[in-house]
Design a protein around this ligand. Structure first.
Ligand code: GDP
Ligand code: MG
Length: 205
């Protein structure tokens, strides 16, 4: 019964996004700044990635009506301006905590050009359930399998290509704390949101 209830909530989320998508199209053409939203459980490296993707132009504020802090910042990928939002930790699209409610509200109200679902490679299996919910909700998703350094130490091997095939979305392995995989992540983001030849940009610098 619970399962059916969850299903119907997911259906609502899905149709909400498809309506928003239609409404957003005109708006997005005018607004050149591409929007990236970081989501995932607590302690997976979202804020480390946020700091890498943004520069000095960061604002931290309370989400309206809550004590939950949200960071927003601007950065550049291959010379193109981007806007990045860091969300509080969430385990599911069906929120329980205030942080999860805020994270979901941001996903619903902002129109992201790409959502980065950041997970801890060591807990890959458990964390993929949110990935599936985000895919189901029709969000433009890239999966970031972070903390690869620790996973490797534990003898884990993760084949991102197989994950890409199985999930049908781009997957990147990173160790954000050591700057590992960030180049590939930026390329995948650029491919996704600027859909142009990245090699040409790299040659330019
Ligand atoms: N070993 C390792 N630690 C990481 C990595 N990325 C982030 N961390 C650490 O994980 C902790 C949580 O990171 P944070 O960005 O605050 O996670 P958030 O809660 O998802 O925003 C911090 O101590 C980070 O330094 C990584 O790739 N490898
Ligand atoms: Mg954080």
């Amino acid at each position: 019964m619970n399962c059916r209830k969850n299903q119907s909530i997911l259906e609502k989320v899905k149709s909400y996004f498809s309506n928003k998508e239609v409404m957003a199209r005109g708006k997005r053409k005018e607004n050149k700044l591409k929007k990236i939203i970081l989501v995932g459980s607590p302690n997976v490296g979202k804020s480390v990635l946020f700091n890498i993707l943004t520069g000095a132009y960061v604002t931290v504020s309370n989400y309206p009506g809550t004590t939950v802090e949200i960071s927003e910042g601007k950065g550049k990928i291959f010379g193109r301006s981007i806007e990045v939002i860091d969300t509080p930790g969430m385990y599911s699209l069906l929120p329980i905590t205030e942080e999860e409610k805020v994270a979901r509200e941001i996903l619903l109200s902002e129109i992201p050009d790409v959502v980065l679902h950041v997970i801890d490679a060591k807990n890959l299996k458990r964390m993929l359930s949110l990935t599936l919910q985000l895919i189901e909700a029709g969000l433009p998703l890239i999966l970031v399998v972070n903390i690869m350094d620790e996973a490797r130490k534990m003898g884990m091997e993760i084949d991102t290509q197989i994950l890409e095939e199985e999930l049908g979305i781009p997957v990147v392995a990173t160790s954000a704390a050591f700057g590992e995989g960030i180049g590939v992540l930026k390329e995948k983001i650029a491919e996704y949101i600027f859909s142009r030849n990245i090699d040409a940009d790299k040659k330019v610098g």
